[in-house]
Design a protein around this ligand. Structure first.
Ligand SMILES: Nc1ncnc2c1ncn2[C@@H]1O[C@H](COP(=O)(O)OP(=O)(O)OP(=O)(O)O)[C@@H](O)[C@H]1O
Length: 318
């Protein structure tokens, strides 16, 4: 549904996107994960035909984003970071306006409106002026509007940014319901690690390039080991017994890494002669994945100005 080949975008000296290639299958929820400034919005804008690529090529629903812009636009729905609803119009009027702009046949407008407003839980507020809606309601209405013309691909740029955790999870519920009900491909950007987990596949982007691309599970498996932390009645003896795992002292206990934590625990209890008073296993998170591919946490990547990033890379030997 989306094919991208060595796509690049430079703004003067700033190389925002530095040669990305990937493809997205029909029906997939595909996520672009990366810190602020990684180049996610620039990539999405090129795929939506809002920005012309400097070089490289991309097709969306079979149409070239540079040469067949109108065809691409007809097949996509957009939900952007910045709201674009008209606050003085009602929910219904906003959707109707969008349907007219997209040339939705008039007989289809009312049933489609009912369908999308029901999907995002706003059918009872259809007559309310948008300026009276909460941030979460507006975002849901934006999603409904993006779906009015039955696009084949829905692009969502940070769909949950600035929303509280409860509203974020309800937005995700709608996105998943949407995928079950409609034949639609979803391409989204996020810099929330926990949200990336909801995607079928994730491309991790850093400084204009894709540094990793796979399912969340496979990415985590690449990072490998589970972390085990135990507290015992005799840490000194336990450290000796666990020397082969390079166990170290950690936060008043002992920590070490094994490939399959859950399977290791029963053996640990059976074989370690020192009594264990507490145990925890943590699976690698997408934070660990980001760290292993970029050498920094996603928060550091956002906070660090470029000079600091270079120093961090030098320190990391990269
Ligand atoms: N119109 C523009 N002119 C100049 N530089 C730009 C322009 N748009 C983006 N950039 C630069 O390109 C780089 C990538 O920006 P982009 O907005 O694509 O990142 P992002 O990953 O989407 O971040 P965010 O999540 O903050 O939107 C940044 O260095 C940004 O300053």
């Amino acid at each position: 549904m989306i094919e991208v080949n060595d796509l690049r975008k430079a703004f003067g000296d700033v190389e925002a996107v530095r040669g990305v290639s990937f493809s997205v299958a029909p029906g997939e929820v595909f996520g672009f994960l990366g810190p602020n400034g990684a180049g996610k919005t620039t990539t999405i804008n090129m795929l939506c035909t809002l920005l012309r690529p400097t070089s490289g090529s991309a097709t969306v629903a079979g149409h070239d984003v540079a040469r067949e812009r109108d065809d691409v636009r007809r097949h996509i729905g957009l939900v952007f970071q910045d709201p674009t609803l008209d606050g003085h119009l009602t929910a219904e009027q906003n959707l109707r306006l969008h349907a007219e702009l997209y040339g939705v046949p008039s007989a289809l407008v009312a049933p489609r409106m009912e369908q999308v407003l029901t999907m995002v839980g706003l059918i009872d507020r259809r007559g309310g002026e948008v300026k009276t809606f909460s941030g979460g309601m507006r975002r849901r209405l934006e999603i409904a509007r993006g779906l009015m013309h039955s696009p084949r691909v829905l692009f969502l740029d940070e769909p949950t940014i600035g929303l509280d955790p409860q509203t974020r999870s309800s937005i995700w519920r709608y996105i998943h319901e949407l995928r079950e009900r409609e034949e639609i491909t979803i391409f989204m950007t996020t810099h929330y690690m926990d949200e990336a987990e909801f995607c079928d596949r994730i491309a991790i982007m850093d400084q204009g390039q894709i540094v990793a691309l796979d399912t969340p599970a496979a990415l985590k498996a690449q990072v490998g080991a589970d972390r085990i932390r135990i507290e015992t009645e005799d840490d000194e003896a336990a450290l000796k017994a666990l020397a082969e795992y390079d166990a170290t002292r950690s936060e008043g206990g002992i920590a070490f890494y094994v490939p399959e934590g859950a399977q290791f625990i029963p053996r640990l209890f059976a074989e370690l002669e020192v009594p264990i008073t507490s145990v925890s296993v943590s699976r690698p998170s997408l934070d660990d994945v980001f760290m292993s591919f970029t050498g920094k946490t996603i928060r550091d990547a956002e906070a660090a100005p470029n000079a600091n990033r270079m120093i961090m890379r030098m320190v990391a030997g990269r």
